[in-house]
Design a protein. Structure first.
Length: 257
């Protein structure tokens, strides 16, 4: 049975004027895909950031729990709920060691994921340095990660602007998986891509996650992709048109059909 790597339960986040997220619960499971779906502005990315301990909303978390069972049974939201910005800043510091190692985040565009002033190889070296077990030869490790995403060794010497759009997306994925995380959160990875490249990037991400035993959390509003790849679906906000039959109406994990 696959291990649960992240468990977020009954998350509620508020501003002074309104509730941004209410009753969202999900799990990320080793080697499986949890899709978080909903309309733009429904709180998908906000829920993901909260699951990484990154939140800058006042008064912020009103209730909920966050546990990384792969590490311990600690509830990281304990002492944070209803305690405002100071508690959330403390949470940000306490979870810093987890981000980039145990859990990595891949933003919507390669331009957001990659440092324009550093070669791909240097960015991979820094990401590999986050591994629990350091490789004996960093150059070999860089080439292995590039091979994982279908990039040639020479890509290590390129700056992001020197790569095509498809190669840049692969490089961004390489940086995300280089630390050998337990969890990869992919935030709308298909945004801005043509239909062919969308499928290529998604399939590559799935292949890497499953080969490496990573739990993949896929934030998306593309229901065709969700139906095709998701093991579990959680809907944040009202269900978007085309939500698979049997998916929950609000913020609760359900096994995909």
């Amino acid at each position: 049975m696959s291990a649960v790597l992240l468990k977020l339960t009954d998350l509620c986040i508020r501003t002074p004027d309104r509730t941004l997220v209410d009753g969202v619960s999900f799990e990320v499971v080793q080697g499986r895909v949890t899709a978080v779906v909903g309309h733009s502005g429904s709180g998908k990315s906000l829920s993901a950031r909260a699951a990484m301990g990154v939140l800058d909303v006042d008064p912020g978390i009103q209730r909920g729990s966050l546990v990384f069972p792969g590490i311990s049974d600690r509830d990281w939201f304990s002492g944070v709920c209803k305690q405002g910005m100071s508690a959330q800043r403390r949470l940000l510091k306490e979870t810093a060691a987890l981000r980039g190692g145990y859990v990595t985040y891949s933003p919507q565009s390669a331009s957001s994921a990659l440092n324009p002033g550093r070669t791909i190889g240097r960015q991979l070296e820094l990401a590999i340095g986050r591994r629990t077990e350091k490789p004996g030869d960093i150059g070999v490790a860089v080439r292995e990660v590039l091979a994982d995403v279908g990039l040639p060794p020479r890509a290590a010497y390129a700056l992001p602007r020197e790569l095509s759009g498809g190669m840049a997306q692969r490089a961004a994925l390489a940086v995300a998986i280089a630390p050998r995380p337990k969890i990869l959160i992919a935030d709308e990875p298909e945004t801005g891509l043509d239909p062919v490249l969308r499928r290529v990037v998604t399939e590559l991400m799935l292949d890497c996650a499953r080969r490496l035993g990573v739990g993949l959390m896929l934030i998306s509003h593309n229901m065709d992709t969700v139906e095709r790849v998701a093991d579990f679906v959680v809907t944040v906000g009202p269900p978007p048109k085309g939500t698979p039959v049997g998916a929950p109406s609000r913020g609760v994990l359900a096994e995909a059909k």
